[in-house]
Design a protein. Sequence first.
Length: 134
Amino acid sequence: ALETLAQELRHAGGPRVEITAGGDPERLAGAIRTALYRVVEHLVVAAPPESLAQVRVTPLPDSVEISLVLPFDQPLDSVRAATARVAMLDGRLDVTPSIDDLTRIHIRVPLGRDAQAGSSTRTTVPDSSDLISS
């Protein structure tokens, strides 16, 4: 999904978005995958046209981490909205103030028992690579 977003932004003259993934893929509940996509989308679309935004998704056994490097100071409203979405997932969003005109945002969302593969009480997606690919 994030790769599709990156392609759409590139074709529309928006920011270039580099997406990378590390760690072992973990299964994520559809609601978590969608919420994390919306957080990244909200933060990335505000980047200046033709700039470079970097997104790294790192699934861990008990959490998923997303690091963003954005080419500007994030508007406070964007950060507040993203922070609220991450908090709904019992996660945390930290912002490192602009250094060399780059803003670094780190998101960590714990994956409780219901968010990981194997729970029979919710819908899962094949793995977290769906967050990255279309």
